[in-house]
Design a protein around this ligand. Sequence first.
Ligand code: PRX
Length: 630
Amino acid sequence: MQINSIEEYQETYKLSVDQPEQFWAGIADNFLWRKKWDKVLSWNFSEPNIKWFEGAKLNITENCLDRHLAENGDKPAIIWEPNDPTKDSITLSYKILHEQVCRFANVLKKNGVKKGDRVCIYMPMVPELAVAVLACARIGAVHSVVFGGFSAKSIADRINDAECKVVITADGAFRGNKQIQLKEVIDDALIGCPTVERVIVLTHTRTPVSMLKGRDIWWEDEIKLVDTNCPAEEMDAEDLLFILYTSGSTGKPKGVVHTIGGYMVYAGYTFSNVFHYQKDEVFFCTADIGWITGHSYIVYGPLSQGATTLMFEGIPTYPDASRMWQVVEKHKVNILYTAPTAIRSLMSFGLAPLNGIDMSSLRVLGSVGEPINEEAWHWFDENIGKGECPIVDTWWQTETGGIMISPIAFVTPTKPSFATLPLPGIQPILVDEKGVEIEGNGVNGNLCIKFPWPGMLRTTYGDHERCKLTYFSTYENLYFTGDGCLRDEDGYYRITGRVDDVINVSGHRIGTAEVENAINMHAGVVESAVVGFPHEVKGQGIYAFVIFPNIHDDADLTRKDILQTVTRVIGAIAKPDKILFVTGLPKTRSGKIMRRILRKIAEGDISNLGDISTLLDPTVVEEIIEKSKK
Ligand code: PRX
């Protein structure tokens, strides 16, 4: 299924558009099915109703584990590098991983988890996280992994939305020189989660934790009570595999739903092709499994292809800025898939951290999560790839399940900051505000996709209407990505950023409305408006304009108090970088905040604010500009 030349790409692309069903059936043939499909695809984007490989039966863990055992049982499946470089790394072969998954799947069963039940996973980046994810898939339970940086309230909202029955967590997590008290956060969250019957707690940091009788049990105790024999549950291709919550332009995060068959085919196909993965190579994706990148390119994509996937618990700058490169050297990483924000942050330390580190094992580099600026692209290319490793700038989303627009390593000629061309099966189109297609090259527009692909979301959990409204109603018969995009003279795509009220902070999506709601919960705040602004390392930062009439004496302390509230309500990742206290916000006569103006002010570009005559009170703009300069 690997494409090896640009001609082959063009032929494959043509086939994938002319005969999509034949094309995807051919790709799906490379996977293990208990029963093949009756129908490759049925779809409409109006409801939306999308079904791939209907009638097929499978279990994704048989694809990720069992099928590799005969020939590659002893091959490393997961290499784990701990936060602390003086501690040992761990390698799990396919055989061992299979055993651990089966054993833990039996723990879940013993604790009442059944096919279709939802399980929330809130864990550090340790091998047991991958084990927990796969154990759910083994028995047909639906996992909902929540990133370790979210607050108790965010977790509770997610648990309640999905009505999770079980939570899997750990005592704590190490992140650089910090420790995060995961179990304590879960304890706070569960005060308001009536559906949770069990909490399974892994020992990791050995911090003291409270264990509630009748609810909380230890991972280590439980696995002693079961054996490693756990036949995989037979699943329908369209059964749910997982829910992953992501921010949108409205307040509440949505549970993006992926189903088993299509997601597996898409994650596996894109992994194998985009990175040109070769047998026995070590693949290192630096994301956290709490995000879609980790789901698709630490767990399911690599394992479905029998690859060796490296899981890193720590952060690139701990204990110092050479750590990521040391991990590459230590484990002879061949493919490194990371985020522009990490590159920019490491770039700022200069070249000294690279001294004496042998990264000659590297063959392919990848970037994901946000637009990569040219400077970072060139730095990555010259200093890490030594000009010899193709960089695949992969554009995709939680909703797309896998990479959509990207170079294929060694196939597609790259161009700095361009995601280049759509992968086979992906039919992007650019439209104007009214949804009219913008044809030709050298044009800008809103990026939509006009034909289904196997990895696409099927619904948003518990609220199908929301899925329809968010993605399929802006433009008729199109999936709307929320991104703006340029198609240049060569037909290459460059993603220019979100066109909705979503901010991309260090490659993480944060809804402005979500942050505003959190700020507005702070006592004394009357109203707030949040926009993104360019940030050197994070890509975008969060700028909050806040109306707070009675700041007593210390405005700085009030700012810090507000940050505390945001941390409590959402998590530290949503903390504004700047808070400006104002007495009014620019609103239209109908009461709508004109974010366009605030965005300009946040960017420091006040020369051209556009027409402000429609504002209810144009003088507020002057006040905000004056204050923003201080
Ligand atoms: O704006 C795009 C940006 O990240 C958004 C998706 O975020 P999320 O669902 O969290 O998934 C991130 C990892 C797949 C997109 O709508 N984005 C993602 N990759 C790129 C990108 N922007 C520019 N270039 C990329 N390569």
